[in-house]
Design a protein around this ligand. Structure first.
Ligand code: SD4
Length: 291
């Protein structure tokens, strides 16, 4: 049996997993752990895929997507939200303080401000400069891989075996205004079932949504697959579609089951998972489909 607690996250995000681990060590809840863990990346202006410092859409607006899910199976999400750094906290407030599961755009921002969060400019000089350079050619193609810095999805399982998950992103750089990806969609970007396990996705959100990826991974684990096998089969659903263009985009999944076994798999090389377990905080290169 795997040693608990443990925390896993998409990509190389040791500061985020360390924060979540600290919360668990200090008897914080598993929900606090994933929320506070991903907040580290939201606040980090150097991570240009999440929160403050995120890359904008084509019009220069940073728009955030996030969702969170607790061990009771409740969830909350914000989509297309601007001017608030900690989208995950707003998602949690949607879950806990409203009768709804999802708020979008202006309504999400208004709710955040009414809940005491402050408006901030999320477009940093660095991301603004890159966007201005992009405007010259305006060539739009999904970026296959951004090593180290990307959408953060996190799953944690506490010493009692209870699971929670969080996912937060600024979405694809230079997306169309109004575009929403997989990350705030429960079942696509994130799914947790405390009886079975949890999964989160990263990469080209459209492809994750089309296959309801994270829900699929969890259901495959329910049928007896290991987290690794489940992630591989969910990637298989994408790459075996007729006319799949998978050579041109990346999707990656990480998963944990109730026993604390973990898995990760992607289409292309260079996806990785950060895992904090047994006091060790390590990054693991993920196995991948396109060899
Ligand atoms: C999206 N899945 O908005 C997110 C972006 C991402 O690696 O994960 N990029 O589609």
């Amino acid at each position: 049996k795997a040693s608990l607690p443990l925390v896993i996250a998409t990509w190389n995000v040791p500061n985020a997993t360390a924060k979540a681990w600290d919360v668990l060590q200090n008897n914080g809840s598993v929900l606090d752990a994933v929320e506070q863990g991903v907040m580290v990346e939201e606040a980090d202006e150097k991570n240009q895929s999440v929160g403050k410092g995120g890359r904008p859409d084509r019009d220069g607006n940073v728009t955030l997507d996030a969702c969170i899910m607790n061990k009771e199976g409740d969830c909350g999400a914000v989509v297309y939200m601007q001017n608030i750094t900690h989208a995950i906290t707003v998602a949690r407030k949607v879950m806990e303080d409203t009768p709804h599961v999802m708020l979008a755009g202006k309504g999400a921002e208004q709710f955040a401000v009414e809940s005491g969060m402050k408006r901030e400019n999320l477009l940093t000089d660095a991301s603004k400069k890159e966007w201005e350079d992009w405007l010259v050619e305006k060539e739009y193609k999904p970026i296959i891989n951004i090593e180290n810095h990307d959408t953060i999805g996190m799953l944690a399982i506490d010493k009692n075996g209870d699971i929670s998950g969080a996912c937060t992103t600024s979405g694809l750089a230079y997306k169309m205004a109004g575009r929403v990806g997989d990350s705030p969609i429960i079942g696509s970007g994130l799914f947790v079932d405390n009886e079975v396990g949890g999964a989160v996705a990263t990469g080209l959100g459209e492809e994750v949504v089309k296959t309801v990826g994270s829900f699929l991974v969890v259901e495959l684990m329910r049928q007896g697959k290991s987290p690794q096998e489940a992630c591989e089969e969910a990637i298989g659903r994408i790459v075996t579609k007729p006319n799949s263009n998978y050579k041109n985009f990346q999707v990656g999944y990480i998963a944990v089951n109730k026993q604390g076994e973990t898995g990760s798999y992607s289409i292309h090389e260079w996806f990785s998972m950060t895992k904090y377990q047994d006091g060790k905080n390590e990054n693991y290169q993920s196995d991948f489909y396109l060899k």
